[in-house]
Design a protein around this ligand. Structure first.
Ligand code: NCD
Ligand code: ZN
Ligand code: ZN
Length: 352
C-alpha cells in the first residue's frame, strides 16, 4: 500500500470485495451490475428476490443470469447466498455448499426488511439447518433486527443481539456468523466479544448518516434504509470499528437499489444505492479518521480472510484532487435510481 500520513494524493489498494450486495434481477440487475463490477472483483449477492433464492438450483440460475449480464471484459465474481426459510432442508444446504454453489446462508427475521416475508419467525425451526452449517463450516449472514412491534425501531438491533443472536450462537457452537450492516455501538461491542467465528459488515452509508440526516429539516427518503441509521454516537462507534483495521470488521455496502418512485412515496422502500461511489466515499471517511493506511484491510483483506478466500490479485487506485461529482441517478428500465449523496464535498476518485 502506498500512502503518506499528512496529505496522501494517491492510494493503491488490492482490488476490493463487497460482502453484502443487492443486485436484484431483470432491468435493475442490468443497470446496477456495471456499477459494482467497475470497482469490485467479487461480491456476496443477497437472495431477497421475489420469489427468494431458496434452493441451490435457484442460486445457480441467478448466478448465471448475473454472469450473462456482465459487460464484456468485466471480471466480477458473484458469490451466492441461500435465503433461509423455516422449511429449508439441511441436506439441500449441505449439497449446495459441497457443490460450490453457495458461500453463505442469509437469515432474515420475517418482516424485518425488504422482501423478508419468507424469512424466519420461529428460530427453533431452523436449528437443524444451523447445526448442519456449523458442522460443514458454512457461514450464516444475519439481518439483525427483531420485528416485535413493541420494540422501538432504534432499539431493534440491540434487542436482537440479546433475544435472538446470542442464544443462537450459544446453542450452536462452531457456527460462523456475520452480523450484517451493524448500526450500533452495541453491535460493535458484541462482535468484539466473539472469536474468529464472528464478524460484521459495515456499510458505506452508515459511516455518513445519523438519524438527524434522515429526519431533521425534512424527511429524506434516499437516506432511509434498514437497519435505520441511529444517533451520532453510534455512527462514531461504526467509524472507529471500520477504521480500526480489526479483522472482524469488513465492507458490505448493502447497496440496495429501488426505483425512485418506490422510495419517494407515502410508504417508501428501505435501501441506499451506493455501488457507484462507495470507494471514493470510503476514502473520504478513512482520511477524516486518519486511517487511510487501514482502508485496504477493510475493503480488500478482512472479508476475504473471514470467508477463507485469498485476497484479489488486481489493484485499484484512488486519487485525491478537486471535489468530484457523480451522476445523481442511474437510468434503468424500471425508472431512475438515485445514487447516494453524502451531502459533503468528496475529493477522491477511482483512477480509470
Ligand atoms: C435491503 C433491500 O432493499 O433489499 N434494504 C435495506 O434497507 N438495507 C434489505 C436489507 O439489507 O435489509
Ligand atoms: Zn438487511
Ligand atoms: Zn442488504
Amino acid at each position: 500500500m502506498v500512502y503518506a500520513a499528512i496529505m496522501t494524493q494517491r492510494l493503491t489498494l488490492l482490488r476490493p470485495d463487497d460482502w453484502h450486495l443487492h443486485l436484484r434481477d431483470g432491468a435493475l440487475l442490468q443497470a446496477v451490475l456495471p456499477e459494482s463490477a467497475r470497482h469490485f472483483a467479487r461480491a456476496l449477492i443477497m437472495p431477497n428476490l421475489v420469489p427468494p433464492v431458496v434452493t441451490a438450483a435457484q442460486a445457480a440460475a441467478y448466478r448465471d443470469r448475473i454472469l450473462a449480464t456482465l459487460p464484456t471484459g468485466a471480471a466480477f465474481l458473484p458469490m451466492m447466498t441461500l435465503y433461509l426459510t423455516e422449511t429449508t432442508d439441511p441436506a439441500d444446504v449441505a449439497a449446495a455448499h459441497a457443490g460450490g454453489v453457495v458461500t453463505a446462508v442469509k437469515l432474515y427475521p420475517a418482516g424485518a426488511t425488504t422482501n423478508s416475508q419468507s424469512g424466519v419467525t420461529d428460530f427453533g425451526r431452523v436449528r437443524p439447518v444451523l447445526e448442519k452449517m456449523a458442522e460443514i463450516g458454512l457461514p450464516l449472514c444475519v439481518h439483525g433486527e427483531v420485528t416485535d412491534p413493541a420494540v422501538d425501531i432504534f432499539d431493534r438491533e440491540a434487542v436482537f443481539i440479546d433475544r435472538v443472536l446470542d442464544p443462537i450462537r450459544r446453542a450452536t457452537p462452531g457456527l460462523r456468523v456475520v452480523m450484517e450492516h451493524i448500526t450500533t455501538a452495541e453491535g460493535v461491542a458484541y462482535v468484539r466479544s466473539g472469536g474468529r467465528d464472528l464478524g460484521a459488515t459495515i456499510t458505506t452509508h452508515h459511516l455518513f448518516l445519523n438519524r438527524n440526516h434522515i429526519l431533521a429539516g425534512g424527511i429524506r427518503p434516499h437516506y432511509y434504509c434498514l437497519p435505520v441509521a441511529k444517533r451520532e454516537s453510534h455512527r462514531q462507534a461504526l467509524r472507529e470499528a471500520a477504521t480500526s483495521g480489526e479483522a472482524r470488521f469488513f465492507l458490505g455496502t448493502d447497496s440496495a437499489p429501488h426505483p425512485d418512485h418506490l422510495k419517494e412515496q407515502a410508504c417508501g422502500c428501505a435501501g441506499c444505492f451506493t455501488a457507484t461511489n462507495t470507494m471514493p466515499l470510503l476514502a473520504h471517511v478513512f482520511e477524516e479518521c486518519g486511517a487511510l493506511n487501514r482502508l485496504e484491510a477493510f475493503t480488500s483483506r478482512n472479508g476475504a480472510a473471514f470467508y477463507g478466500k485469498a485476497p484479489n490479485d488486481g489493484t485499484l487506485t484512488l486519487v485525491r484532487g478537486d471535489a468530484v461529482t457523480w451522476p445523481a441517478k442511474i437510468e434503468t428500465a424500471a425508472g431512475p435510481v438515485t445514487v447516494f449523496d453524502p451531502g459533503c464535498a468528496v475529493h477522491w476518485r477511482v483512477e480509470p
